[in-house]
Design a protein around this ligand. Structure first.
Ligand code: BDR
Ligand code: CA
Length: 311
């Protein structure tokens, strides 16, 4: 299996991404989960990550606390989407498994140094603060990263927190800039893809019909999420952003994209955090990321449902 570190700010969609990974030991070996401030503050993302591990019956997963604020800006959170706890919806017990000792950033650095180069994949599902801090503290790790497969950004879809910026990149644009300039191979799941991963009523029913604690909790999470989305966008269902990352690692054929240049706007207040994606190749800037643009959404939800059934 591929060794991965999931860097996350759960978040209902983060939770589903984590569950899918933990349900897929043949493909994915989750070395650790590193938490960051994003959807909600760090104490809650650290709590929620452990709730999710316990829901999956995997109390032995190492969960680390990381950075509690972006590199150079005030933390912006998204309770308006995810609720007060970040994981509103299901009624899940408070976690009893302890946090792993040490800082998430040190865990990322040590893991990359202790494993052979090109064997550890990073999966950021939130603001890129932990990853950028690790790259700043230990520049040697850039060459050791197999791949960074992240959820963030948007191009044709625009933004979801400002007209031009997606939440994860907007919260810490400087961190995103460091990551996109790092030279590590990057795969991006932008809103252009995740807005095709809509939890329709039928897909939500399929989760619930699993009849297991995991299936029911996921249905309740996506129900909560959806309430917000219908009101705000009038769409068929809520976009299930973060599971695109773990689904890609299991079956990349579900996705289509282009290897292009992507730069992050870090200066303009108007377009702060925009992912400036050279989709049409109109600059001579070197490609630094595979930017996804299309998804087989039925295949994606079939994979999710099949994996969640294993827990
Ligand atoms: C991203 O922001 C968060 O609200 C979600 O968990 C996802 O990672 C979508 O813009
Ligand atoms: Ca997230």
């Amino acid at each position: 299996p591929r060794k991965i570190i999931i860097d996350t700010d759960p978040g209902q969609d983060d939770a589903v991404a984590i569950l899918v990974a933990l349900a897929s030991p043949e493909e994915l070996d989750v070395l650790g989960i590193t938490c960051v401030a994003g959807n909600v503050p760090l104490d809650l993302t650290s709590r929620n990550a452990r709730i999710v591990c316990e829901l999956a019956g995997k109390r032995d997963v190492k969960v680390f606390a990381g950075c509690d604020r972006p590199l150079g800006r005030e933390l912006v959170t998204a309770e308006h989407v995810h609720g007060k706890t970040g994981l509103d919806g299901p009624d899940l017990p408070e976690p009893t498994m302890p946090m792993a000792e040490g800082h998430a950033v040190d865990f990322i650095i040590d893991t990359l140094r202790d494993n052979a180069p090109g064997t550890v994949t990073l999966c950021p599902l939130g603001p890129l603060t932990n990853i950028a801090t690790a790259l700043q503290k230990a520049p040697d790790i850039a060459d050791r990263i197999a791949k960074i497969v992240l959820m963030g950004g948007g191009y044709f879809e625009g933004g979801n927190i400002t007209p031009t910026a997606e939440f994860n990149i907007y919260v810490d644009p400087q961190a995103a800039d460091i990551v996109f300039k790092s030279g590590a191979p990057i795969v991006v799941m932008p809103l252009d893809v995740t807005h095709k991963a809509l939890v329709t009523k039928a897909r939500n029913d399929a989760f619930r019909a699993l009849g297991t604690p995991v299936g029911i909790a996921v249905a309740e999470m996506t129900d909560f999420f959806e309430r917000f989305d219908k009101e705000k966008y009038g769409s068929d269902g809520a976009p299930l952003h973060d599971p695109c990352v773990t689904a890609y690692l299991i079956n990349p054929d579900l996705f289509k994209g282009r290897h292009i240049n992507v730069e992050i706007e870090t200066e303009s207040e108007l377009t702060m955090g925009m992912t400036v994606a050279d989709w049409w190749g109109v600059t001579d800037r070197a490609p630094n990321a595979t930017f996804m643009g299309d998804l087989d959404s039925d295949g994606f939800f079939a994979l999710l449902t099949e994996r969640l059934a294993r827990l």
